[in-house]
Design a protein around this ligand. Structure first.
Ligand SMILES: Nc1ncnc2c1ncn2[C@@H]1O[C@H](COP(=O)(O)OP(=O)(O)O)[C@@H](O)[C@H]1O
Ligand SMILES: [Mg+2]
Length: 258
């Protein structure tokens, strides 16, 4: 579904992503792991159109999407969430969800007033879609809570919920597990698995928690110092000398090698 070919991204003289090539298969939950500073987030940002690459290409279903801006990728069903959740804190959970389709359609407040009849009809559909998402993620108890009052984990669930408001084909999740307690992490993991199995979403997931990766991801891709080091099942990755080497001295060695 996604094919990244020889992608390079430099910041000044520093090469954050170095000639990286990888594929994300349709229907997969692909894991992306690697020590801090490996270039994982930068790779996501280049794929998602936040940064232009210095060289290389990104294909989506065979179509060259290199450097397309995020809103155009959004229209093509490619969504990403951020390492730092960016909810609208003064809107409720339901309102946050309901904003997504209008933002996708590029609607302004003017459109909303001008076509109010059509919008009311549409709003009903959007509201029932939001309720469906809230049910799916089992966050009914916070549906009318201001997003700013949610816990870190609940914000991550809301992020995931936002991807469900539109027809996403491929979703990029950057450290969904960061700062999330075990129970909520399991809820997020289950939601990802169900979206994958029941709705055919393809995922690419950056995560440090190896139990989470183990439960969700096949294959797993390892990055270090801007390059793709290895790809395989987590068991294969753990047995790979180069990978163990890359994690040495980062304090993460035990996570990957144990
Ligand atoms: N906007 C930026 N400007 C300069 N350097 C950056 C920028 N974004 C990331 N980097 C650098 O690129 C490297 C890779 O960062 P990042 O992609 O965030 O790694 P990861 O997500 O794997 O931890 C790091 O050394 C980081 O400091
Ligand atoms: Mg990162």
């Amino acid at each position: 579904m996604i094919k990244v070919d020889k992608l390079t991204k430099r910041f000044g003289g520093f090469t954050a992503v170095n000639n990286a090539s990888l594929e994300i298969g349709k229907g997969s939950i692909t894991g992306l792991i690697g020590p801090n500073g490996a270039g994982k987030t930068t790779l996501f940002n280049v794929i998602a159109g936040v940064y232009q690459p210095n060289s290389g290409t990104v294909l989506l279903d065979g179509e060259d999407i290199t450097g397309l801006p995020p809103h155009e990728l959004f229209h093509k069903g490619m969504l990403r969430t951020f390492q730092i959740a960016h909810e609208f804190s003064t809107l409720t959970v339901r309102e946050n969800l309901m904003m997504v389709p209008a933002a996708q359609a590029g609607e302004t407040l003017w459109d909303v007033w001008f076509h109010s009849g059509r919008v009311r009809e549409q709003e009903k559909r959007v509201a029932s879609k939001a309720d469906e998402v809230i049910d799916f993620l089992e966050i009914t108890h916070v549906a009318d809570e201001l997003a700013g009052n949610l816990s870190g984990g609940q914000k991550k669930l809301l992020e995931l919920g936002r991807t469900m408001m539109v027809d996403a084909k491929v979703v990029f999740l950057d450290e969904v597990g960061a700062g999330v307690n075990r129970t909520l992490l399991n809820t997020i993991g289950d939601a990802i698995i169900r979206l994958n199995q029941e709705r055919g979403y393809t995922f690419c997931v950056i995560e440090h928690d190896m139990d989470f990766i183990d439960k969700l991801c096949d294959p797993v891709i390892v990055m270090a110092e801007g390059s793709v080091l290895a790809r395989g099942t987590l068991a294969e990755i753990k047995a790979n000398e180069q990978v163990i080497e890359a994690y040495l001295g980062t304090g993460l060695k035990n996570k990957v090698a144990s």
